[in-house]
Design a protein. Structure first.
Length: 135
């Protein structure tokens, strides 16, 4: 078998294995989180399902948001101005993320081109104070 084919299958196995391990403990009704995320976000992507999740894992590893916040002394149990969190992330990644009132999720937004690039997220839909609680 050519080296490229072997590398492709090895990579495909690693992504599938890593995704399964990271998401195995989560279930949403009878649908897995991976299926749910694909239905919500992946269907709009120009990527196929495999490449979509490979990109998601690559971005997750490359942009460790917990480490970015930790390095800025933003830690669990604190209450911080949303602008503090947004600006901390923006300094490292160069785009504005989208926050929720309780900091359980940070969204980084990408365009839908074949070579995805970060874009500024639209402001969140939730109405909350200018503070974000990091539970």
């Amino acid at each position: 078998m050519p080296k490229q084919v072997i590398q492709h299958y090895r990579e495909k196995y690693i992504v599938a294995e890593t995704t399964s391990k990271r998401l195995a403990k989560f279930k949403k009704r009878k649908q897995t989180v991976r299926e749910h995320e694909w239905d919500i976000y992946g269907m709009c992507s120009s990527l196929n399902q495999f490449d979509f999740f490979k990109l998601a894992l690559d971005l997750y590893v490359r942009n460790d948001l917990k480490a970015i916040l930790r390095n800025a002394k933003i830690s669990l149990g604190g209450t911080y101005g949303q602008s503090t969190i947004i600006n901390t992330i923006k300094e490292v990644i160069s785009v504005e993320p989208q926050l929720k009132c309780y900091l359980e999720e940070i969204s980084l937004c990408l365009n839908t081109s074949i070579i995805p690039r970060y874009i500024n997220c639209l402001p969140g839909r939730r109405k909350c104070l200018s503070l974000a609680i990091f539970p």
